[in-house]
Ligand binder design. Structure first.
Ligand code: PMP
Length: 502
């Protein structure tokens, strides 16, 4: 066993990991990375098929981001944002506000309507959970101070995941992750999330296609959402805010929303006066590509923009922008620094900001802040990442990768173990089933997803399953040959691990 593996086994406690299982095997110790490739302590190479848990955008060891961090290091790594300002954090805040308000006149945005930005203020923190925690605290207090509700309560979606801090878990709806912390959590409600493949209201028989494309329903999920809001309103206790991941729920199992759902759901929430908290920790920074890939859906996702020449599109950076949804809070992390260093941001509207203004002695201050808030190295990395992201080269690479991913996913329908293969931009979830004709799932105790990923790792492709769903979310620099290899390895991993005779 490599000495670094022994070191890990002796001292490190890994997240979301049954450590008894972990301690039985030599762990893979990553020592280097380049582009879409990771190298371990034994010199073996792997394709990073989930972008190091959905964080990396431009590949590892990217020269532009490396240089930006090195430049910043020569000046200073960190200074406190409590009582002090710094250049990279201020520049980044401006860039984020510009990117989050694409209708605003900016140097880099596509359109120039001159509309006032609605997400106007940036609160920095360190990770996705704290980005959400900040949004929840701000929404809670804004709702109280503006008289929207006396006892603010949140509505989120079934199976939602928004992080691991106590507030984020409170609005998370994955029972397994919340059950032992119940005593620590505040109450929230869960509305039915669209999950076309397993929706009880979807009258369609399974086909060999993304379930959103052939669903037969009457948007019952939206009716239920409306009922939640109406019930609270009748009790004169409207919801303070609706918390959601736009276009696709990640940790819930890569569950995409049918085209139009986001626009309609957020319109319902707005009609009932709720604030909108968009969690784009996973979906942000170009991950959702050109659209929902739900192109056969009967609903169109809002006004169709003029079609630019292929490869020259100014792609939306955020999922909300696909359906012209403007939230009151936008939570960002993971890809914010290109996946390089822990950095997060919560964007809020000017009216939220104003609710915290007052005389010192009124103590309306937002009493929240982390030691590394506005970290200079992180902000420098994020600025370099945004430069790359907004370059034509990166847009073209993303368009290509999205198309390649769609073509590669098509090859998976030949496998009877694949029940649903769904894609939103540069994110794919492949749901493995015992019987695709009946949608019968594998029992979770069979560890079907885990076993397939273990087989893939042995053949040099790394990703992590969510139950029976295999996630593919490669860095934007992944070549078509690398993507083909990822899907080849996935196919053979499924065939070897879950042999079937149908
Ligand atoms: N929100 C979403 C949608 C996420 O996917 C995650 C992490 N997977 C989080 C919040 C929490 O982010 P972090 O792990 O950085 O705390």
């Amino acid at each position: 066993m490599h000495r670094l593996a022994r070191l890990d086994l002796q001292y490190v406690w890994h997240p979301f990991t049954q450590m008894r299982d972990w301690l039985r095997h030599e762990p893979t110790v990553i020592t280097a990375g380049h582009g879409a490739v990771l190298r371990d302590a034994h010199g073996r190479e792997y394709l990073d098929a989930n972008s190091s848990i959905w964080t990396n955008l431009h590949g590892h060891n990217n020269p532009a981001i490396n240089a930006a961090i090195q430049r910043q290091l020569r000046r200073i790594a960190h200074s406190s944002a409590l009582g002090l300002a710094n250049e990279p954090a201020s520049l980044l805040a401006r860039r984020l506000v510009q990117a989050a308000n694409p209708g605003t006149r900016t140097r880099r945005s596509c359109t120039t309507s001159g509309k006032a930005p609605s997400l106007a203020r940036v609160f920095f923190s360190d990770n996705g959970s704290t980005a959400l925690e900040v949004a929840l605290k701000l929404a809670h207090e804004t709702a109280r101070r503006t008289g929207l509700c006396r006892k603010p309560r949140f509505l989120s979606l079934s199976n939602a995941y928004h992080g691991d801090t106590v507030g984020a878990v409170s609005v998370g709806q994955i029972y397994l992750f919340r059950r032992c912390f119940t005593g620590l959590l505040f109450k929230s409600d869960a509305a039915m999330a669209p999950y076309c493949y397993r929706c009880p209201y979807n009258g369609a028989k399974p086909e060999r296609a993304d379930a959103r494309a052939y669903r037969r329903c009457h948007w019952e999920c939206l009716e239920m959402l409306d009922r939640h809001f109406a019930a609270r309103k009748r009790r004169a206790e409207p919801y303070a805010a609706f918390v959601f991941e736009p276009l696709i729920q990640g940790a819930a199992g890569m569950i995409p929303q049918p085209g139009g759902w986001l626009r309609k759901a957020t319109a319902i929430a707005r009609d009932h006066g709720a604030l909108l908290i968009a969690d784009e920790v996973m979906t942000g920074f170009g991950r959702t590509g050109k659209g929902t890939s739900d192109n056969r859906s009967r609903e169109t996702p809002g006004p169709t923009p003029r079609q630019p020449r292929p490869g020259t599109e100014c792609l939306p950076l955020f999922a909300c922008q696909h359906e012209n949804v403007q939230p009151d809070f936008l939570a960002l992390a993971k890809g914010l620094s290109g996946g390089y260093v822990p950095l997060a941001a919560t964007l809020a509207t000017e009216s939220v900001f104003n609710a915290f203004l007052g005389e010192y002695a009124e103590f309306k201050t937002f009493f929240h802040g982390h030691s590394f808030t506005g970290n200079q190295l992180g902000a420098a990395a994020a600025l370099a990442s945004l430069d790359l992201l907004q370059s034509r080269r990166c847009s073209q690479a993303r368009v290509r990768l999205e198309k390649n991913l769609s073509e590669q996913l098509d090859r998976l329908w030949q496998l009877p173990q694949v029940g649903d293969a769904r894609q939103v931009g540069l994110i794919a979830g492949i749901e493995l089933v015992r019987n695709w004709r009946t949608r019968e799932p594998f029992d979770l105790r069979e560890r079907a997803g885990i076993r397939v990923c273990e087989a893939m790792a042995r053949r040099g492709v790394l990703t992590r399953p969510i139950g029976n769903v295999i996630v593919l979310m490669p860095p934007y620099c992944t070549t078509s040959a690398q993507l083909e290899e990822i899907v080849d390895v996935l196919r053979s991993g499924i065939q070897q691990t879950l042999p079937m005779h149908q």
